[in-house]
Design a binder for this molecule. Structure first.
Ligand code: HAM
Length: 412
């Protein structure tokens, strides 16, 4: 028998209602903030991600699912931001819409070692606002993420934020780090020794204890920020305080993708264990230009949907459904029953029937198993009188109802 690919999941019918609930809540909250849905393909040219995420990043180096054709190399998208900026430019949204607020939900793919909360196919629920460098937009994006979490019934999360500054500030920070780490390189873990060559900033958020200890000695603050970036960051933190959104400043937060600058943030939940980020985001002011567009600011975030389910009770509660279940006794009743079934469905009443020719007892059990609120029983006697027997499974009461009144009866 075939098995699913490691790190992928079948979302079975008993789970899909939780997904639908999460998606419905997300759509509602996104609409309150005036974000519109965008759906981009699951495959893109691999070069798009090399260029935007950075060729030395972990995702590009180790985690891309690549598809080699005769001439082209495609990648299953590891994240949504790059595809959305590609689509924004390819469809000239910068000309037709200018400032645009978009949201998305869908599968992402990363070739990681699977563990709790870490999958090879997982889902993002995210937002991207493209076309403004205003600090007020950073405040909106973080408050949108916060509102989503509250509406998902999630509490106990921590929002960590930092500013990387503009590309020049990032450069200053990298140079400072390079200098500070110069005589300590051999004390770092092998990954960080590599990072010291390719992307020294990533040493800051390495989880290895020895590396953390060295980083602690730096006593990092936001000293690398130029006055404009400093002011931008102060406006953001002031705005979050104003909205009473708690956050923690974390100068070690640098994020793993090259496109970020200025504000970056990560939302963590301690109930998740080692993979504790439920979502993350930040500004990527140069990405639109990097992909051939005008000089436009942009910011966004994405939640890992599977991780949301791990920390939310609300999302995992299935809403009660109202379903009627028809049991027919005999050939004539079955034929009449099929017609009744059809009429009820046309009138918008969810109804199902027994397709396994069960005995009355067996069919009652099946009705109970489906969670039906009403059981409709149609036998020869009922057929003769043009009635149907309606049993309310919640109260246990049963009554005869004229078939012509059945729709009204069940609508109540
Ligand atoms: P990211 O931090 O790579 O950011 O992913 C966002 C979230 O996706 C993570 O915080 C985590 O919850 C979830 N996630 C990541 N990898 C996995 C995995 N292998 N299995 C399960 N969940 C996972 C981004 O992707 C950026 N595009 C976010 C962004 C949007 N920045 C600006 N706009």
């Amino acid at each position: 028998m075939f098995k699913k690919v490691p790190g992928t999941k079948d979302i079975l019918p008993q789970e899909t209602s939780s997904w639908q609930t999460a998606e419905a809540i997300a759509r509602k909250i996104f609409s309150f903030y005036n974000y519109q849905e965008i759906r981009t393909p699951l495959i893109e040219e691999a070069a798009l991600f090399n260029r935007t995420l950075g060729s030395t990043t972990e995702i590009v180096q180790k985690q891309m699912f690549l598809i080699h054709n005769q001439q082209d190399t495609y990648a299953l998208r590891p994240e949504g931001t790059a595809s959305i900026v590609r689509s924004y430019l390819e469809n000239s949204l910068e000309k037709t819409q200018g400032f645009t607020k978009l949201y998305y939900m869908g599968p992402m793919f990363r070739l990681e070692r699977p563990q709790k909360g870490r999958l090879r196919q997982f889902h993002h629920i995210g937002a991207e606002a493209i076309g403004s460098a205003e600090a007020s937009l950073d405040i909106e994006i973080i408050s949108l993420a916060d509102q989503l979490l509250k509406n998902f019934g999630i509490s106990g999360y921590r929002i960590k934020i930092n500013s990387l500054g503009c590309p020049k500030d990032k450069q200053t920070l990298s140079e400072t780090l390079n200098k500070s780490f110069q005589d300590k390189i051999t004390q770092f873990c092998p990954d960080c020794q590599q990072r010291a060559k390719n992307n020294v900033l990533r040493i800051l958020d390495c989880k290895n204890e020895a590396c953390q200890k060295i980083v602690e000695t730096l006593n990092l603050k936001q000293a690398h920020l130029c006055p404009e970036c400093q002011e931008h960051f102060e406006t953001v933190t002031h705005g979050l305080n104003n909205l009473e959104i708690p956050f923690q400043l974390d100068p070690k937060l640098v994020r793993g993708l090259d496109y970020y600058n200025r504000t970056v943030f990560e939302i963590k939940h301690s109930d998740l264990g080692s993979q504790d980020a439920i979502g993350a985001g930040g500004r990527y002011n140069n990405l639109v230009q990097e992909l051939g567009g005008p000089d436009l600011g942009a910011i966004g975030f994405a939640f890992g949907a599977e991780r949301l389910f791990l920390v939310s009770n609300t999302l995992n509660q299935n809403p009660p459904k109202k379903l009627a279940y028809l049991i027919t006794l005999g050939k004539a009743a079955k034929s009449a029953g099929i017609k009744i079934l059809n009429q009820l469905r046309v009138c918008g009443i969810p109804v199902d029937m027994d397709y396994l020719n069960r005995s009355l007892k067996g069919a009652m059990r099946a009705a109970n198993d489906t969670g039906a609120t009403y059981v409709l029983i149609l036998g020869d006697d009922e057929l003769k009188n043009n009635t149907i027997s309606v049993k309310n499974m919640d109260t246990g009461t049963q009554k005869e109802v004229a078939i012509q009144n059945l729709t009204e009866e069940l609508k109540c």
